[in-house]
Structure formats: structure tokens, C-alpha cells
Design a binder for this molecule. Structure first.
Ligand code: NAP
Length: 473
């Protein structure tokens, strides 16, 4: 029997587990999927926006994998804590696959970045997604203008959530505190700003187009920004996705009907909010008033002819009481594992972790920590498959080493309190009960004590049932 630990239960971790049980040619394989949270699914639960129900429904596919009898969910266990080093983990399992994602936001590196009211978009996403580490992040939405820096899909997500009316989010599992804050929001203008042109923006067309379909907001684009992009006149050399993006933006600029949502249907006066898409503006400073952000100062850029931009020495300020920096994620080093600081990934060869350039027996990576924070959820499938192919090629050698029969017991001995699948099901029930009590569908529990109490409920009920049975006997 080959015993494998997968660290991280997001898409890359679950696809790795799935690939292991599907591809395994060895007589038997047992996969424990560990997660530091008591809840599975990683960014599908804590990153995909609540109003993207279709993508969220991917959880059903991930669930089927975690319910496979050869796979176990082991929540509430943090590698790196309580003596659970990568070295110790490798004593407990024949192989370990790290699928820990890219946990940190990238920084802008400009003055004023840490003023109150300036946040990473990932913190904002965590907050409206009920990540328990974000429970205390109160976001003030009391000013009329917000600036979102970056033009990737995270920027589009946070722009849409700021612009969407809270009424439309009531039907989702967004936590009650965030829903109340969004309902009371005074944000009226959201400016989403890219440092390069629309032809180089990172968002995908479906996500971009959705901004134009919001009943609550009108999209505007400044034609002067677009004129700077040579691809705007002739986009034939661009990759298909960028070309499609340009078409959408072109439609908005012309005020044309295509996808322009509230602008076309209702007219500017009736939309409660505006989304303004800006390009060729590079953030150089966040300006404050009484310690809070009040505006962002941008330098106007222009194409440098090689796909990049150069500054023009001309500046522009956009008012903002809230700034969300959506400039990408970054991998975080896990003590005891090698790490490439520049790339923010673990050095690897087809998923085999390299220590001093040499594959380290039994250690693997998949997902963003392997290849960097790019691609959509589905990109993790082939990525996981490649890693598993490497692992299974090494399996005969790895499985010869004796490992403990009960690694979960060993985790408990180290002081961890693992939450098993039943504990997670108990959290799901508690979230449905919470929603019912609020007159909503299922509502996420946003804090550690709440999640732990809900997970324990199942263990408490079973202990009480056992006690009752003992007394009857
Ligand atoms: P991203 O796609 O890499 O976009 C980052 C954006 O930040 C780019 O516009 C980039 O501009 C800009 N940027 C970087 N450094 C900057 C700086 N110093 N100043 C100004 N702008 C800067 O990252 P992301 O939006 O965080 O998304 C990460 C991944 O998750 C992507 O693969 C994305 O598709 C995926 N995702 C998908 C969905 C979905 O499918 N619905 C939702 C969320 C996330 P440059 O291009 O000029 O560098």
C-alpha cells in the first residue's frame, strides 16, 4: 500500500488525489488530503466570488473525490506547526505532495501603500468569502469612490462585488457581516485601472463582459486611454482572448449596445453606480488625509513598442477612500522546503521537488506553488496529472520504506486536532442552520471559533450517543 499525503485541499490538491487513485498502478493507494482549515476546497470556497455559482458548483466534483474510500480529508492540520515539519511528514507517509497555492498578495512598492483604507484585493476577497483569518478585517465602504489597481480577473471580481447591489448577493452564501456592510456601502464610483493597455489586460472576456451586465452599474471607458493602444486600431496580431477583450471594451467606448448593460438598457441616470475602466496609468503614490487614503496618484504611461510601457512624466489623481490592490498573488516559503524567492515557487522538475538541484525522494508539488499563480481552475488538472505521473514512476521505490499504520494518530500525538470529513459535514449542516435562522439559503460561518464549534458538534453528538448506549447497556 502506497500512503500519500497531499497538503492543501484546493483544486490542485483534490485533482492530485483524484489522479492518484485513478492512475495508480500500484496494488493499493491511500491518500490523506491535509488542510490547515477545517473546511475543504481552498480557493473554490475562499476565492471564487459568491455570485459565481456555476464555478462554485465545482465543489460537487471535488466532493466526490474527497468521499472516495481511498481518500481521507484531514482538516485543521497546519504543516509547519506543532512539530509537523516536511521532514516529519515524510516519516509518516511514503510521499507528500504540496499543493499549498500562493497565499500572499504581491505589493505595489509605492509610498502610501499601507495607509488605512488601502487593502490587498485578496484580503477583500477573503472577507466576503468568510475566510476565518479575515473575520476581523472591517472594510470601510463609507466613501463615494474606490480604486481597484490591476486589470486581472481578481480585479474584475472585486470591482463587480463593489458595484453589485447587496440584494443580488443575498441569495448567495456571502457571510452576514459582509452582506450588511455591502448593503450599507456608499461607494458609487469604482475605477479599475491598468498600467498597460486594454490589449494587454489579463482578465478573460466572459468575466469582463459580466461587468456590463450588472443591473446596478454603468460601465464607462475613456476613449483617450484606448487611442494610446496600437492594438485598438488593429488587433489582428493579438491572441484571441485579448482581441475579444478589446471588442468588448470598444463596444463600451462607443456606448454601443453589446454588453454595455445598464448603459444601454437604463441610461446613465438610472444606474446606482459607475464602473470606470482606465488604462495606461501606473500607480506612483497613495495620497492620504488624516492617515486614511484619499486619492491615488498615477503616472500616464505609453506603449514602449515591446509590450511594456514607459512613463511620460504626466500625472493624474483619482479620488479614492478605498483602494484595492489586485496585482497578483505570490507563493510563500514553507519552512523546511526549498523555495525560489524570485519566482515564488518551489523548484521542481515535472513536480519532483528539487533540493540543491536534485530530486528529493518522496517530495512533490502541484498547482500554483509549482508553476506560479496563473491559469484557471481547470489548469490544475493537467498540472496535477504531470506530478502524479512522476510520483507513480517513483512509487515502487518509495513504497518499500516502512511508515506508521496510523498517521492521523501520530498527528494527534503532535498536538494537532484533525477535523475529519464528518466534522466538515457538520460544518455544512451548521451553515445551513445559520442561513435558515437568517431567512437565507446556506450562509458561511466566518470565524475560527464558529467553525471549530460546528466541527466538534459531530464528535460531541457521537460521544453523547456512545455514552447513552453504554449507560443503557
Ligand atoms: P493577474 O491575472 O496576474 O493580474 C494582475 C494584474 O495586476 C495585471 O493587470 C498586472 O498588470 C497588474 N499589476 C501587477 N503589478 C502591478 C503594479 N506594480 N502596478 C500596477 N499593476 C500591476 O492576477 P490576478 O487577477 O490576481 O489573478 C490570478 C489568477 O487567478 C489568474 O490566473 C486569474 O485568471 C485567476 N482568477 C480567475 C478567476 C475566474 O476565472 N473567474 C477569478 C479570479 C482569479 P501587467 O499585466 O502589466 O503586469
Amino acid at each position: 500500500m502506497l500512503r500519500v499525503a497531499v497538503v492543501g485541499s484546493g483544486p490542485s490538491g483534490v485533482y492530485t488525489a483524484q489522479s492518484l487513485v485513478q492512475q495508480s498502478g500500484v496494488p493499493g493507494v491511500r491518500v490523506d488530503v491535509l488542510d490547515r482549515l477545517p473546511c475543504p476546497y481552498g480557493l473554490v470556497r475562499y476565492g471564487v466570488a459568491p455570485d459565481h455559482e456555476k464555478i462554485k458548483s465545482l465543489q460537487q466534483n471535488l466532493r466526490a473525490v474527497l468521499e472516495d474510500q481511498r481518500v481521507g480529508f484531514v482538516g485543521n492540520v497546519e504543516v509547519g506547526e506543532r512539530g509537523l515539519t516536511p521532514e516529519r511528514l515524510l516519516e509518516l507517509y511514503h510521499a507528500v505532495v504540496y499543493c499549498v497555492g500562493a497565499a500572499r498578495d504581491r505589493r505595489l512598492g509605492v509610498p502610501g501603500e499601507d495607509l488605512a483604507g488601502s487593502h490587498s484585493a485578496t484580503d477583500f476577497v477573503s472577507w466576503y468569502s468568510a475566510h476565518p483569518d479575515a473575520a476581523d478585517n472591517g472594510f470601510r465602504l463609507d466613501g463615494p469612490s474606490a480604486v481597484v489597481i490591476g486589470v486581472g480577473n481578481v480585479a474584475v471580481d472585486v470591482t463587480r462585488i463593489l458595484a453589485r447591489g447587496a440584494d443580488e448577493l443575498r441569495a448567495t452564501d456571502v457571510p452576514q457581516g459582509a452582506l450588511a456592510a455591502l448593503a450599507a456601502s456608499r461607494v458609487r464610483a469604482v475605477h479599475m485601472v491598468g498600467r498597460r493597455g486594454p490589449g494587454q489586460a489579463k482578465f478573460t472576456t466572459k468575466e469582463l463582459r459580466e461587468l456590463g451586465g450588472l443591473g446596478s452599474a454603468r460601465v464607462s471607458v475613456d476613449p483617450a486611454d484606448l487611442a494610446l493602444d496600437p492594438a485598438f486600431a488593429d488587433s489582428s496580431a493579438l491572441p484571441a482572448v485579448n482581441r475579444r477583450n478589446l471588442e468588448v471594451v470598444r463596444g463600451w467606448a462607443a456606448g454601443a449596445a453589446e454588453g454595455s448593460g445598464a448603459a444601454a438598457r437604463d441610461g446613465a441616470a438610472e444606474a446606482a453606480r459607475t464602473i470606470s475602466l482606465r488604462f495606461f496609468l501606473r500607480p506612483v503614490e497613495l495620497l492620504g488625509e488624516d492617515g486614511r487614503v484619499a486619492a491615488v496618484r498615477f503616472e500616464r504611461t505609453e506603449p514602449d513598442g515591446t509590450g511594456g510601457v514607459r512613463g511620460t512624466g504626466r500625472y493624474e489623481e483619482i479620488e479614492a477612500q478605498l483602494v484595492l490592490r489586485a496585482v497578483g498573488y505570490k507563493g510563500v516559503a514553507l519552512p523546511g522546503l526549498p523555495f525560489d524567492q524570485a519566482r515564488g515557487t518551489v523548484p521542481n522538475e515535472a513536480g519532483r521537488v528539487l533540493r540543491d538541484g536534485v530530486p528529493s525522494p518522496g517530495e512533490y508539488v502541484a498547482g500554483w506553488i509549482k508553476r506560479g499563480p496563473t491559469g484557471v481552475i481547470g489548469t490544475n488538472r493537467p498540472c496535477a496529472k504531470e506530478t502524479v505521473t512522476s510520483l507513480l514512476a517513483d512509487a515502487a521505490e518509495l513504497a518499500g520504506r516502512p511508515v506508521p499504520a496510523d498517521p492521523i494518530g501520530a498527528l494527534r500525538d503532535l498536538g494537532h486536532e484533525p477535523v475529519a470529513w464528518r466534522g466538515w459535514l457538520s460544518i455544512e449542516r451548521a451553515e445551513s442552520d445559520l442561513g435558515r435562522s437568517l431567512g437565507r439559503g446556506r450562509v458561511k460561518i466566518p470565524d475560527w471559533p464558529g467553525l471549530r464549534a460546528a466541527a466538534r458538534e459531530d464528535a460531541d453528538l457521537r460521544a453523547a450517543a456512545r455514552e447513552g448506549a453504554d449507560q443503557e447497556a
